[in-house]
Design a protein around this ligand. Structure first.
Ligand SMILES: CC(C)(COP(=O)(O)OP(=O)(O)OC[C@H]1O[C@@H](n2cnc3c(N)ncnc32)[C@H](O)[C@@H]1OP(=O)(O)O)[C@@H](O)C(=O)NCCC(=O)NCCS
Length: 236
């Protein structure tokens, strides 16, 4: 019997949790469940097959992802999954590809989440974060440590908020947007779909879809033109 078969057999009747992704976010997610004394047997799954068969803090790593998910001895009805994949677009693609799976949240017991906040499934919330009432958080959202989310804010599916971000009331963070370390978003401000807010920025107005902004106040980040592009511009 292989490593995964033995583990699955040992936990045959339990509701298990599988963390997809054994990188830094996978370990942070494992840390949340361990700190919460979550009763589920937990395993990590990763496509990096050099990790297959290893353990992290006593928890096994299986892989590759497709191989594990198609095993006959993996009981999907009693398995819950968390996508601990930091790239917002890759996380969304995996959730579409594996939409038949049952996902669950990982919310650290030291996060303060209002009973009047709504949270989807597959969302990860690290310790020290405070979520106000009337906040709506979608599915597969990642909220890092010590984040403050003001009342009536929307965090859409697959968005990601880095450590130490503050978002004022009535904010709107659209799908796959990323807000970098320590940024502040003034009340009533929208961060567009797939937009990136640089670390330390102060966002004072709407960030368009797919824009990257940085600085205080946040402005679009204009990269210096490459030499060839500059010459082409000079020719016109
Ligand atoms: C904004 C950001 C996305 C830009 O990344 P990038 O496109 O690779 O940009 P570069 O590193 O090539 O920098 C381009 C220019 O912007 C400046 N810049 C980069 N990030 C900046 C920031 N956060 N604030 C102000 N200026 C910044 C650089 O100094 C550089 O300026 P220069 O051309 O005068 O030297 C990135 O720097 C950032 O802040 N990411 C957030 C990281 C983070 O919070 N991770 C969380 C891990 S949990």
């Amino acid at each position: 019997m292989d490593f995964a078969a033995q583990w699955l057999e040992a936990h045959r009747n339990a509701e298990k949790t599988f963390i997809i992704g054994a990188g830094a976010l996978g370990i942070m997610t494992l840390d949340i469940l361990a700190a919460n004394r979550d009763p589920a047997p937990i395993a990590l799954i990763d496509d990096d097959v050099s990790l297959t068969g290893q353990t992290r803090y006593g928890f096994p790593i299986f892989g590759p992802i497709d191989g594990i998910l198609h095993r006959n001895d993996l009981p999907l009805a009693t398995s819950r999954f968390i996508l601990a994949i930091a790239d917002n677009t890759v996380r969304r693609s995996l959730s579409v590809k594996h939409k038949h799976l049952l996902y669950r949240n990982a919310i650290h017991h030291r996060a303060v989440v209002s009973p009047f906040a709504e949270i989807g499934t597959g969302t990860i919330i690290l310790p020290g974060t405070v979520i106000d009432p009337a906040v709506r958080i979608g599915s597969h959202v990642i909220i890092n440590k010590s984040v403050s989310i003001g009342h009536h804010t929307l965090l859409s599916d697959f968005s990601q908020i880095a450590h130490g971000v503050s978002i004022g009331g009535y904010g709107r963070v659209m799908e796959r947007a990323f807000i970098g370390l320590g940024a502040s978003v003034l009340p009533n401000t929208t961060i567009g779909e797939g937009a990136v807010v640089g670390a330390g920025a102060v966002v004072t107005r709407t960030v368009p879809d797919y824009a990257t902004v940085a600085g205080v106040p946040a402005k679009p980040l204009v990269k210096p033109l490459k030499e060839e592009a500059r010459n082409e511009e000079a020719d016109h």
